[in-house]
Design a protein around this ligand. Structure first.
Ligand code: A3P
Length: 319
């Protein structure tokens, strides 16, 4: 069914939404089951607008993720790599505007047809973030040379990062779920853009089919070998570091500028806001691998491990 969503987000889309199944997700927020995924109420219309009105350009870069998987970090790294010849790292707009300011989300920040038309005028390469599943991306993204970088994270850490994030954000008319209740919902796939296994598999399969188009990254790998992955990312984007740049230490500088410790102190993080007016500091909590083990019982861990085993088996993807 073709539903036209306009900037006024009028009755037609409202009517359409009324027919979608809904559930309360692990963050206590309303989710709509849309095209096989649980889309949060705050972004469902934005996601439909994105699907209908976004016209990808060949030079566009799309950074995709499920929330709390390292989106903020990937945005910072990609923006820095792409813009390294435009300004010195000390004067990067990343410092003042923040990763979510320099790389907008397609579902949250560009939320009207007019805004998409305005975006068409921007010089390339344009960089955008999205939480949309691969199957829900507009054809102009999937069928063009537009490059897509996906970042994912061990689901246990992602869960804790998500739960902490939702508990720390003040919300009206939404309840905070206990860790145990939130965990049950997570295991049922009831979280923003979940189930996580389908989200992961969509991008994973696309990266196997078209490795020149979709780069699949893991948070833990980037953490472990930052320099290698910054190089990989730059190569994939078609912007490899020259020997001269390497000798000047530009890769290490990029790594430092975008490190958790450095970003936590950027002006944009200390004083700015991120998507939906959320304090930018909420997007940098601990930045550690394995923090979930401080919160989850062994039986919770094994429940997720079994789920991962069951859902990802034979895919070649593991955690
Ligand atoms: P924690 O809550 O475990 O600390 P997203 O950006 O997708 O919302 O993900 C947020 C998670 O990534 C948070 O994890 C956050 O601390 C971490 N993160 C943000 N910036 C980071 C950086 N520069 N380096 C490492 N981790 C980062």
């Amino acid at each position: 069914v073709e539903i036209i969503v306009e900037e006024e987000q009028g009755d037609e889309s409202q009517e359409f939404l009324q027919h979608l199944p809904t559930e309360i997700g692990m963050g206590g927020n309303l989710l709509y089951l849309y095209q096989g995924f649980w889309c949060p109420q705050v972004s469902i219309k934005g996601m439909m607008l994105f699907q209908q009105h976004f016209k990808a350009q060949e030079t566009d870069l799309i950074l995709a993720s499920i929330p709390k998987s390292g989106t903020t970090w990937l945005k910072a790294l990609t923006y820095t790599i792409v813009n390294r010849s435009r300004h010195s790292l000390e004067k990067s707009p990343l410092l003042t505007n923040g990763p979510h300011g320099v790389v907008p989300f397609l579902e949250f920040d560009v939320s009207s047809r007019n805004q998409f038309q305005e975006q068409d005028k921007l010089p390339g390469p344009r960089i955008f973030g999205t939480h949309s599943p691969y199957t829900a991306l507009p054809c102009s993204v999937k069928d063009s040379a537009t490059k897509v970088v996906y970042v994912c994270r061990n689901p246990l850490d992602m869960f804790i990062s998500y739960w902490k994030f939702s508990v720390n954000i003040p919300k009206e008319n939404e309840e905070h779920l206990s860790l145990g209740d939130a965990f049950d919902k997570f295991c049922q796939g009831l979280h923003g853009y979940g189930p996580f296994w389908d989200h992961l598999l969509g991008y994973w399969k696309a990266s196997l089919e078209r490795p020149d188009k979709v780069l699949f990254l893991k948070y833990e790998d980037i953490k472990k070998n930052n320099v290698l992955y910054i190089k990989k990312l730059a190569n994939f984007l078609g912007l490899p570091f020259s020997v001269e740049e390497e000798e000047q230490g530009l890769i290490e500088e990029t790594s430092r500028l975008c490190s958790f410790e450095s970003m936590k102190n950027h002006e944009a993080t200390r004083t700015g806001t991120g998507p939906l007016g959320i304090p930018a500091s909420a997007f940098l909590r601990k930045g550690k691998v394995g923090d979930s083990l401080n919160y989850l019982t062994p039986s919770m861990v094994s429940r997720v491990e079994n789920l991962i085993q069951e859902k990802l088996q034979d895919s070649g993807l593991s955690f």
